[in-house]
Design a protein around this ligand. Structure first.
Ligand SMILES: [Zn+2]
Length: 564
């Protein structure tokens, strides 16, 4: 029996989805592009002409490298825990599947334990050689930089050691096929060649200068993320952030408004850290978390003997925040008595501890926050109007996450980076499909909810892998990319058909026996119809007469299902 191609064995076709309605093509959770080879070829040509051959080759190589790494992840996912070499062999098939080249492994001397590698791959129908020949003519050196990059990225990811493939012969130079040779990075010993394979940060500074110039050309700031932990650059976020930064260097009381989870404390902390009080304390109090009868002593302090149980004098949060910033979260929950006291402190700048008549001068910048509608609370008699006007000198509404969705990719990346080391994981980012899920969600719990989701995903994702839909939304029914699949001949069909094909293919793998399978199907149908042949025949899509005959044939004589 001829060996089944691995892409068939893992039914890769069912993971390739054409969703014409939504304008998307998916390979598993990665979004793919069906591009005109001619258009890509033209871009390639322009890269050579504008950047020079050296940089262009590097770019093409690294682009291929990235693609190879993604496919290595996919191969590993398909295979799970399997024979390394088998998984490794999927690479050339994936590359063929994506239409770039037909590669055949000619030689592979691999020692997984020792980490030694030597491999040669023969490449036919390289799109890149075709394009290069058309646009540049016969060349004196090999041209398949993108392909070499792919092979390098794929093997590097697998081998967990940098393996570089280099083209030793190319159709562009007149050879009958292209040939790639792969070795560990150190084994090449050709500095000049390796130089332009490496990512830009490893190259001489001129590349950075070029990048700098490009940024300036676009009239953008390279540094788009504001300092501190505040992350975002969407219009809604930028507007709020601009208001925030204007207030930073003044003593003005800021009232932060917004839904739960939008990050009020992070805003308050940023305000503190970017004010002239940054070297003084930042004290945060969640008013809702402290019982009503304790809130006053918490905020304003207590004198020994003020009440039974007050065995020692201690300062309140106001005194502790002296010189710095006091952040009062969930201010709407403050008791009426505490509201009166707070107003007095704000008016006089003096604190009176419970059970004490001494007034203590405090210099505190107050930042308050609430997610309740204070105006409504005033109307309901739950909040003092005079206190509200004291606090609301500089109200600042923090937008909910659903109004700043364009910040989600950068927020998710920052959060992944934050949690990965805590769970000792290296993570290859977030899959395109998972990102689409994040963008489509409405985020009632805002940034905090996103943070929780990312943390859980980091916990669930296998180290070295990429965060997928199942890691972000584990409770949900399995989500796969929607769309049509292609069949063995390359025709676009539907997913249900492909699933059936998959079933039949599985059946055919070892020792198939048509009669045995037919008998089993008949038995199942008759059992499901509780022995009623008419019903069973309907289940099987045949007439009762045909069924009766087949049952007799396959189950043998002596078996007479009851017929109601
Ligand atoms: Zn070539």
């Amino acid at each position: 029996m001829a060996e089944q191609p691995l892409v068939e064995r893992f039914n890769l076709r069912s993971r390739l989805r054409f969703n014409i309605e939504s304008g998307q093509i998916w390979l598993d959770e990665n979004r793919m592009l069906l591009m005109h080879a001619k258009a890509f070829g033209a871009l390639r040509q322009e890269l050579f002409e504008s950047l020079g051959p050296k940089r262009a080759k590097g770019l093409l190589f690294r682009m291929g490298f990235a693609a190879g790494q993604h496919d290595a992840d996919l191969a590993q996912k398909l295979y799970g825990e399997g024979d390394n070499f088998d998984v490794f062999k999927i690479g050339p098939e994936l590359h063929a599947f994506e239409g770039l080249v037909r590669s055949t492994i000619i030689e592979a001397k691999i020692d997984w334990e020792e980490g030694s590698f030597f491999g040669t791959v023969n490449c036919d129908n390289s799109w890149e050689a075709e394009s290069h020949l058309q646009l540049f003519g016969v060349s004196t050196e090999p041209a398949c930089w993108n392909l070499a990059g792919y092979a390098s990225g794929y093997v590097t990811r697998f081998f967990k050691r940098v393996i570089i493939f280099r083209e030793t012969q190319c159709v562009c130079c007149g050879a009958s096929s292209c040939m790639l040779e792969g070795r560990p990075l150190e084994a090449w010993g050709d500095e000049d060649f390796l130089q332009h394979c490496l990512p830009p940060e490893n190259q001489e500074t001129s590349f950075e200068q070029l990048q700098e110039e490009l940024w300036q050309l676009r009239g953008r700031q390279r540094e788009q993320t504001p300092p501190g932990k505040l992350v975002g650059s969407s219009p809604a976020f930028s507007a709020a952030f601009s208001l925030l930064s204007k207030a930073a260097n003044s003593p003005i009381t800021v009232l932060l408004l917004g839904e739960t989870g939008v990050g009020k404390e992070v805003f308050a902390r940023w305000l503190h850290e970017n004010s002239d009080r940054a070297d003084k304390p930042f004290i945060a109090v969640n008013c809702a978390a402290i019982p009503n009868d304790l809130i006053e002593s918490e905020l304003f302090g207590v004198q020994k003997g003020a009440y039974t149980g007050a065995q020692a004098s201690r300062p309140g949060k106001f005194e502790r925040a002296d010189g710095g910033t006091l952040f009062l979260d969930e201010l709407g929950e403050l008791s009426p008595a505490a509201q009166v006291k707070l107003l007095r402190v704000l008016q006089t700048g003096e604190v009176e501890r419970l059970g004490d008549d001494k007034l203590r001068k405090v210099n505190v910048r107050l930042v308050a926050a609430t997610n309740v509608n204070l105006q409504q609370a005033i109307a309901d008699g739950r909040f003092r109007a005079d206190l509200y006007y004291r606090l609301a000198t500089y109200p600042l509404e923090i937008p909910p996450l659903r109004q700043r969705k364009s910040d989600i990719p950068v927020l998710a990346a920052v959060l992944t980076e934050k949690y990965a080391p805590l769970y000792h994981k290296t993570i290859q980012g977030i899959s395109d499909l998972a990102m689409q899920g994040l963008m489509a969600y409405d985020w009632p719990g805002n940034v905090r909810e996103l943070e929780n989701l990312v943390e859980r995903a980091v916990l669930l994702v296998p180290s070295g892998g990429q965060i997928e839909v199942q890691h972000l939304f584990p409770g949900m029914a399995p989500v796969t990319a929607k769309g049509a699949v292609i069949d063995r001949e390359g025709k676009v069909g539907n997913a249900a058909e492909a699933k059936k094909d998959q079933l039949y293919e599985t059946l055919l793998v070892d020792g198939f026996d048509l009669q045995a399978h037919e008998a089993r199907l008949l038995q199942l149908a008759v059992a499901r119809a509780h022995g009623n042949l008419t019903h069973a025949a309907r289940l099987l899509g045949i007439t009762r007469r045909q069924l009766a005959y087949r049952v007799k044939q396959s189950l043998g004589e002596g078996v007479t299902p009851s017929d109601a």
